[in-house]
Design a protein around this ligand. Structure first.
Ligand SMILES: *Cc1c(COP(=O)(O)O)cnc(C)c1O
Length: 327
């Protein structure tokens, strides 16, 4: 379970005084948006082990499924550049674009700057099948391909968030001498959520991970996370027989992946105005809108200590500029 160093250091854990004062509970942010190159974000922790594995297998070409505004694809292209590996992004349109620069700015621009190799496929084409074809082509040309799992979320990738949970606990103890009551995350492919839950469960820490879905319905998301947790716990040597509770709320995803919600946009404004912290309309804005709602409804109390995991995605502000501009 070797790692390749993409982060280089711990990410900061910071108190958010203005937001806390406004809402009631003490709220902290874990800055996984800060750190690493290629634009950073939560995918780097997953790639540290996935790419170490690829290198161990003598692979020279990393293949990933994505779209023009994919953080996962952009971060992978960045990691490949840094490490001197090739990367290929198998790309389809996954977000209905609302303006003509949508597929040219944000992550699309960063990938273009890094000279990403992008292969466009039809909207209804099957990602796995298309990636297999790309992998065969790489092999035919004498290369050795490695296919990155969806969102980097298999067991190996998710171990990056077992590391993060450990980091959170030790940093929070130093700041507060205690454990946080909640860690709030956006839940997509589920590896981030699953890694955190697994560590807390193994260490018998009562911190509850609260996931706000950005992709699937509650049932699907909870099953995805729960299946991953089962596998991770075997891998990290958990001997308890009891399964941890998985909580995903799908009430803040709106019409679907990549489609902004009003509460998500409001949350982006609130965090920018109060804390100069930038969230995005696809992931962190929606998760923050869930957190704000839970506090307003009293489901999280003023006595609770909350950590919001900032998973990155800063480049996603730009393609949505029309919805965000204060005019
Ligand atoms: C991919 C991503 C997520 C979702 O993480 P999963 O591990 O796939 O659930 C959340 N936030 C950002 C910014 C992401 O890029």
């Amino acid at each position: 379970m070797k790692k390749i160093g993409l982060l280089q250091r711990e990410t900061p854990l910071e108190y958010l005084p203005n937001l806390s004062k406004n809402l009631g509970p003490d709220i902290y942010v874990k800055r996984d948006d800060e750190g690493g190159r290629g634009g950073g974000g939560n995918k780097l922790r997953k790639y540290e082990r996935l790419i170490a594995k690829a290198v161990e297998l003598n692979c020279d070409t990393l293949i990933i499924a994505g779209h023009y505004q994919s953080n996962a694809a952009r971060a992978l292209v960045g990691a490949a550049c840094q490490l001197g590996l090739n990367s290929i992004v198998v790309c389809k349109k996954m977000i209905p674009s609302k303006n003509e620069v949508f597929d040219k700015t944000g992550n699309a621009l960063l990938m273009s700057l890094m000279k990403a190799e992008i292969i466009d496929i039809e909207k209804n084409a099957d990602f796995d099948h298309e990636m297999d074809m790309v992998a065969s082509k790489v092999r035919a040309e004498g290369g050795v391909p490695y296919v990155i799992p969806f969102g980097g979320s298999n067991v190996l990738g998710s171990l990056g968030y077992v590391d993060c949970a450990k980091e959170i606990i030790s940093q929070f103890e130093q700041l507060n001498g205690n454990h946080p009551d909640y860690v709030v995350v956006p839940t997509g492919s589920g590896g981030t959520h699953a890694g955190l839950v697994s560590y807390f469960h193994r260490e018998k820490i009562k911190t509850q991970v609260l996931g706000f879905s950005v992709l699937s319905d509650k049932e699907t998301a909870e099953k995805t996370v729960s299946d991953l947790v089962t596998e991770i716990l075997i891998k990290i040597g958990d001997r308890s027989t009891e399964a941890p509770t998985i909580l995903v709320d799908d009430n803040f995803v709106g019409e679907g992946y990549g489609i902004p919600t009003k509460q998500g946009i409001d949350s982006i404004r609130i965090l920018a105005e109060l804390e100069a912290l930038f969230l995005c309309p696809v992931y962190t804005g929606k998760a923050m809108s869930g957190l704000i709602n839970y506090i307003q409804k009293g489901r999280i109390s003023s006595q609770d200590k909350v950590i919001f995991l900032h998973t990155g995605g800063g480049p996603l502000l730009y393609p949505y500029y029309e919805k965000l501009y204060n005019s």
